[in-house]
Design a protein around this ligand. Sequence first.
Ligand code: G6P
Length: 371
Amino acid sequence: DAAEKGGHEYFMLKEIEEQPEALANTLRGHFVDGRVVLDEQRLADQDLRDIDKVFVVACGSAYHSGLVAKYAIEHWCRLPVEVELASEFRYRDPVLDRDTLVVAVSQSGETADTLEAIRHAREQKARVLAVCNTNGAQIPRESDAVLYTHAGPEIGVASTKAFLAQVAANYLVGLALASARGTKYPDEVAREFAELEAMPQAVSTVLGTAPQVRELARDLATAKAVLFLGRHVGYPVALEGALKLKELAYMHAEGFAAGELKHGPIALIEEGLPVVVVMPSPKGRAVLHSKLLSNIREIQARGARTIVIAEEGDDTVRPFADHLIEIPAVPTLLQPLVSTIPLQVLAAEIARAKGYDVDKPRNLAKSVTVE
Ligand code: G6P
């Protein structure tokens, strides 16, 4: 057991460290002759060209990976994208037809809600593309196209490397659609793919923040609640950071879109409340950056304890960050691949500081095969 954990106390900590490799494995082999390609495609290219709407359906962390995908797919493919909790999607009456692509994201490929969602979609003649970490699982078997993540087996119940691989695979789905539909030239697809290929290195770099985050975690272990704020692709990262903390440390944690702060969440701010803020790049998203900066200023003035995740060299945040965690500068749309990492470490280390079982949090299952 100790050997399997590679010297780590928990599988989850090992899996967090395996993320550069999981990412590289997921990307490998997907850029062929100027196009990004899927693993299995039982659809004609023309079917992909005819798609006029995309739904991403998923549960838990996979759902958060879908929220990230929305920003990338809309931008790259100029297609409307809705992201839906699988358990809600199937009990509504979603408007689907043969020109709708439903992307089902599932690590296990066996999640009951996601499986039933794609069955419903197929009955309505929608096309289904599965993003899955498990070869031959039920969801990919029942799909028209498949892209496998290659995160390897994940033992920790709370998803880390499988989540990161899902985020990466969803980018590939976006680029595959852009390739098939001609919304991007091959050289643009090549450039985006090359940027993705540089990400495992960036993830390795950000893993270097772990000792600093561990120290912070010991401090936060007694907090009653933690808030997470982000905008654009940082918003799903905030949601994922909060989910990890609930799952592992049994703390009240909530993620908010920072722009909503004054519409409610600011009422929660009180002396000493830890608030984690995921900052966009000051260069890549200057306008959003300045809006978030004023958010941090506001909450700090009300006594919150600010924990800021910001691009290295972003000195404008320093005066407002009680605790600064620096991440490498990467292309804006890809930032979740690095900004998520410190939040995973934070949740795991708070759980460890509280003496909880990081790999097997109470009441949770790795894969939920009943509704
Ligand atoms: C469970 C797991 C989560 C996971 C979710 C969806 O709740 O505890 O970590 O994100 O199921 O699982 P899937 O296998 O469909 O990605």
